[in-house]
Ligand binder design. Structure first.
Ligand SMILES: Nc1ncnc2c1ncn2[C@@H]1O[C@H](COP(=O)(O)OP(=O)(O)OP(=O)(O)O)[C@@H](O)[C@H]1O
Ligand SMILES: [Mg+2]
Length: 355
């Protein structure tokens, strides 16, 4: 099973303000809560039909041949199910999963130690694989291709490399930044699955399933409401579900009805489109104080009282994805949807204040 000591949870996507309910990363406490909600089989895994189908073929074929399947690379934004799929792969193969991550491996030797302890057919999950240090990466190439690791003994001029044969195993790599993976590493994966944001109706199914596991009474229309505010991300859906449950238990009658969902999400300042306070502050500053832009990131950040990095990594990706703001060489601009979302009349032309 997963080797807890090897799991480094300090990945870049988690350096986010703790108060936001709609951030896509997760901290340790949340990951513990998530563990209970993870689907355990491909059939239980909601949505991602294409990846699920393809993966199912890869796994069935491998099982039939009685061999470890090709290495699998899973890419996609945080919270869409990469870790979940890695666990499912091991479970479907009836083998154990060894867990480590790019940032946890400081030296090539750390990786060599993990690799040389693998047993036949095991799945090695390498999370945040794009953060692997170069020497470890090179060691991994050889291990993935030739099932061999060169163990260096001794130091300096007297050092020598002893090749050690490894039993067949499968690497499952996960990355939120597939573009950062060097081509030679990418090429060593026989199968790459890209996870995309979920449709609202898929998140409804995720929510109803989670509610069942948590034993909370969730109405269908409440599920739809929470799903539509979850930014296409199961992790956010499950998090909002837990907050709605809190509200229902403390201020309501325990039932997760549509009214309870709306009241709870109002308290937590998650609006109809899944925007939180910071997202709306950014939109509002852009539209009203800067006349729609273009305005530089730093100025915009000062206007909302946040670090530029926070605005850039926490608020912007979703606002851009939703077509509410645009990034131009001269700065950030509000798109028509931004005014609409704030209930304002768009300015007649592009902003002139800072243009
Ligand atoms: N297809 C799915 N069906 C049901 N639940 C899902 C699905 N995908 C993800 N989840 C749930 O969402 C949560 C987050 O998923 P997971 O940890 O696999 O995301 P991730 O892609 O590994 O994110 P990160 O990049 O932050 O590591 C888990 O609790 C999991 O149960
Ligand atoms: Mg993960």
């Amino acid at each position: 099973m997963a080797d807890g000591d090897d799991l480094d949870l300090d990945v870049a996507t988690e350096r986010l303000p703790a108060e936001s309910l709609v951030r896509s990363g997760a901290d340790d406490v949340e990951r513990a809560a998530e563990a209970a909600l993870r689907p355990r089989t491909l059939d239980e895994f909601v949505g991602q039909r294409v990846v699920r189908d393809q993966l199912s073929l890869v796994l069935q074929a491998a099982r039939r041949r009685g061999r470890a399947p090709d290495h699998v690379l899973l890419s996609g934004p945080p919270g869409l199910g990469k870790t979940t799929l890695a666990m499912i792969i091991a479970a479907e193969l009836g083998t154990s999963l060894r867990v480590t991550s790019g940032p946890a491996i400081q030296h090539a030797g750390d990786l060599a130690a993990v690799l040389s302890s693998l047993e036949e057919g095991e799945v090695l999950f390498l999370d945040e694989i794009h953060r692997l240090a170069r020497p470890a990466e090179e060691l991994l190439y050889v291990a993935m291709e030739d099932f061999r690791v060169d163990v260096v003994v001794g130091k300096g001029a007297g050092a020598s490399a002893i090749p050690l044969a490894l039993p067949p195993f499968t690497v499952v790599g996960a990355t939120t930044r597939a573009g950062l993976l060097p081509a030679p590493l990418r090429d060593r994966f026989g199968f790459t699955g890209h996870l995309d944001f979920y449709e609202t109706h898929e998140l409804e199914r995720v929510l109803l399933r989670s509610a069942g596991l948590l034993g909370v009474p969730l109405d269908g229309d409440a599920a739809a409401e929470i799903a539509s505010r979850s930014r296409g991300t199961p992790r956010i859906a499950n998090r909002l579900l837990r907050r709605v449950r809190d509200w229902a238990e403390v201020r309501g009658d325990g039932m997760l009805s549509l009214a309870a969902a709306r009241a709870a999400l109002e308290v937590y300042e998650v609006d109809a489109r899944g925007l939180d306070r910071l997202d709306r502050a950014v939109l509002s500053a852009l539209c009203t104080r800067f006349g729609g832009g273009p305005v530089g990131l730093t100025t915009l950040a000062v206007a909302v009282g946040e670090e530029p990095e926070t605005v850039e990594t926490v608020a912007e990706p979703f606002l851009v994805r939703e077509g509410l703001i645009g990034r131009t060489p001269r700065g950030r601009v509000a798109l028509p949807g931004a005014w609409e979302h704030l209930g304002l009349d768009p300015l007649p032309g592009p902003g002139t204040l800072f243009g």
